[in-house]
Design a protein around this ligand. Sequence first.
Ligand code: ATP
Length: 206
Amino acid sequence: MIGLFGGTFDPVHYGHLRSALEVKEIFGLTEIRLIPSARPPHREHPSVSAERRLKMLELAIEDQADLKIDDRELKRIGPSYMVDTLKSIRAEISARPLLLFIGSDAFNQLTTWHEWQALFNYAHIVVLTRPHYEPQSLNDFFMHQLSKDSTELAQNCAGKLYFQPVRQLDISATAIRSMIAEQKNPGFLLPDKVITFIRQHQLYLR
Ligand code: ATP
């Protein structure tokens, strides 16, 4: 099984990295790929260029063989629609289960994503929740895809919706950007190599 973890990573932090590592172990994935988004359609455009966000990701996982980067969204022109990303990955991996991990905040917006129902043609969607999270009322489509048995993810290539509790560190890229703009030290929230890169290039200063 291959796992995907998308994000703007503006900048990448230990919340992202810890969750990616944790789900790799929970689901026994052969691979987990971090997928930086070039032009996320659902939010303000990132303040830092795609090239620099990618560089920060590379620095963050330099010594971590368990995590990989898939930069295909940066090579495409136009908005970074997840459905296109899944389609192109599916074409490369043939009939292996593919798991797309998203946070519960992202799941609450999922029905606004481009061709959101088609996402399930290419991958399972695994929503990472805080322990004891109760999903808000699910629409009929989601109820139909919902699985409460994780073995079903390995038995099918795509099509299931699954909720997985994980330990979530209370870190956000927004908070890190604000700290840097306010000249505070973001140490221990993200890798030192990333902090050094941010300082060298004077990123996130107001
Ligand atoms: P921002 O604060 O700019 O919105 P972010 O920190 O939420 O950024 P994103 O790059 O937007 O980071 O998030 C990518 C994915 O990582 C999303 O699915 C999001 O839910 C998840 N995520 C973000 N922060 C954490 C965290 N602390 N722990 C686990 N998952 C996280």
